[in-house]
Design a protein around this ligand. Structure first.
Ligand SMILES: Nc1ncnc2c1ncn2[C@@H]1O[C@H](COP(=O)(O)OP(=O)(O)OP(=O)(O)O)[C@@H](O)[C@H]1O
Length: 273
């Protein structure tokens, strides 16, 4: 039976308890414990191949986990049915290639879960779509076919679609890859507005950039495990995070220019992406 959980500020929107995922028999996530609390913005950092996308795919129900429990709003994901509460922006490589829809149509598809069956779009739907288009700077491209846009613009369409759905939980997998600084700032503003409304945000990123001031917590993945879970880290400091389950840095947030609390940086395969 599918369960619809009533909204509750006390229930963590995302919980992973000892979650493992194997792909083709190979362990990719190992014994991950993670809770993202209501209203929090958590960034997931880590080198290429460390399991970040696998984790968000397990959280969004796209990939089954092999062990442990994944809960969304307190409900085991296998029983969860309230998918309109969740927005997801996938990594660009899996985005909209070849979709013969206009930009506005794709963004409006984000409202489908919010609408009652067979009801026409409401003024609120239209406002949410236009506002999301404006936030990502694509108002003047709204009637273009998505396939006419550049890769970076297609990514912004997916971000606008997720924003239009006004989700309680927004999961974004590297939304700023290939997005220029003004648009990163626009995205940060949009996420800030969403967060101010109480939304919970889980963000995989290589570059946090203008979103840094919104971040409540950083989780660093390494070899499919949580290597760090604590106060916000910049990408640069995270790349030096070394110890497994190192809860809390020696230096608090705001002291990122100090030498990190590690013996040596681990190999950071930037070029392989
Ligand atoms: N569909 C798949 N088939 C086989 N192996 C996979 C698949 N998806 C992921 N993997 C492997 O799982 C591991 C973790 O990949 P994942 O994409 O989760 O890492 P990531 O931290 O998101 O990396 P990136 O920063 O490059 O996106 C990698 O070794 C990857 O090769």
């Amino acid at each position: 039976m599918l369960v619809t959980s009533p909204p509750s500020p006390d229930v963590a929107p995302v919980t992973l308890e000892q979650v493992s995922v194997a792909i083709g028999g190979r362990p990719v996530l190992r014994d991950v414990d993670l809770a993202v609390r209501a209203g929090e913005m958590v960034t997931l950092l880590g080198p290429n191949g460390s399991g970040k996308s696998t984790l968000v795919r397990a959280v969004t129900g796209l990939l089954p986990h092999t062990r442990g429990v994944v809960r969304l709003f307190g409900t085991p994901i296998e029983e969860f049915g309230d998918w309109s509460r969740l927005g997801f922006v996938p990594q660009r490589s899996t985005a909209t290639g070849g979709v013969p829809a206009t930009v506005r149509e794709v963004v409006a598809s984000g409202r489908v879960g919010r609408r009652r069956l067979l009801r026409p779009t409401s003024a609120a739907d239209r406002r949410a779509v236009e506002s999301a288009l404006e936030v990502v700077g694509l108002t003047d491209r709204a009637s273009y076919g998505v396939s006419q846009l550049s890769g970076g613009q297609q990514q912004r369409v997916l971000i606008a679609r997720a924003l239009a759905s006004e989700p309680d939980l927004l999961v974004l997998d590297e939304p700023t890859a290939g997005v220029d600084l003004p648009n990163q700032q626009a995205l940060a503003d949009a996420l800030g507005r969403l967060k101010a409304r109480g939304a919970t945000i889980l963000l995989v990123a290589h570059e946090i950039g203008p979103m840094m001031s919104l971040v409540d917590r950083t989780v660093v993945m390494r070899d499919g495990r949580v290597a760090y879970d604590g106060p916000p880290l910049t990408q640069e400091v995270a790349s030096h995070t070394h110890h497994d389950h190192d809860h809390g840095p020696d230096h608090g947030p705001g002291s990122h220019d100090h030498a990190p609390h590690v013996a040596s940086p681990f190999d950071w395969d930037r070029g392989a992406h």
